[in-house]
Design a protein around this ligand. Structure first.
Ligand code: RH7
Length: 130
């Protein structure tokens, strides 16, 4: 229905703003594009479903997200991948894990702060009815 399409359009506009804001943050640069498998040849043998902010921006445009929680599920995936691939106690791994957790908390906080909960409830109803 037209009203549902209006709601989903508004969701996409909102999610693009959130995604762009995260991608602009220099502390999250390693999450802004897919991990380069030329540079990291074993990445795909460890991480079965890579995720990054550029891919998420494309998924918004392809109407892959029908509610904010679907978007946050990919944030969770991106964070889990970073914790899984970078588990060691060396400073580089520690920093990337810290940045992953910081990105995840920032995404949840931004959405909670800027999204009306009735709007998200409506989006979830549209998702569940499809
Ligand atoms: C979300 O980003 C990551 O999980 N990673 C893991 C890779 C290991 C390390 O950092 C990454 C890129 C890289 N490239 C060259 C040499 N070493 C590295 C980014």
């Amino acid at each position: 229905f037209r009203e549902e399409e209006n709601t989903l359009r508004e969701l996409r506009i909102f999610l693009r703003q959130i995604c762009a804001k995260l991608a602009r943050n220099k502390q999250f640069y390693m999450f802004s594009k897919p991990v380069d498998v030329e540079e990291v040849p074993d990445y795909l043998s460890v991480i079965k479903e890579p995720m990054d902010l550029e891919t998420m921006m494309t998924k918004i445009d392809h109407h892959k997200y029908t509610c904010a929680q679907d978007f946050l599920n990919d944030i969770d995936l991106m964070c889990a991948n970073a914790l899984e691939y970078n588990p060691d106690r060396n400073p580089a791994d520690k920093q990337i894990r810290h940045r992953a957790c910081y990105l995840q908390d920032t995404a949840y906080a931004l959405i909670k702060a800027e999204m009306d909960s009735d709007f998200e409830d409506n989006c979830r109803k549209i998702r569940d009815d499809r």
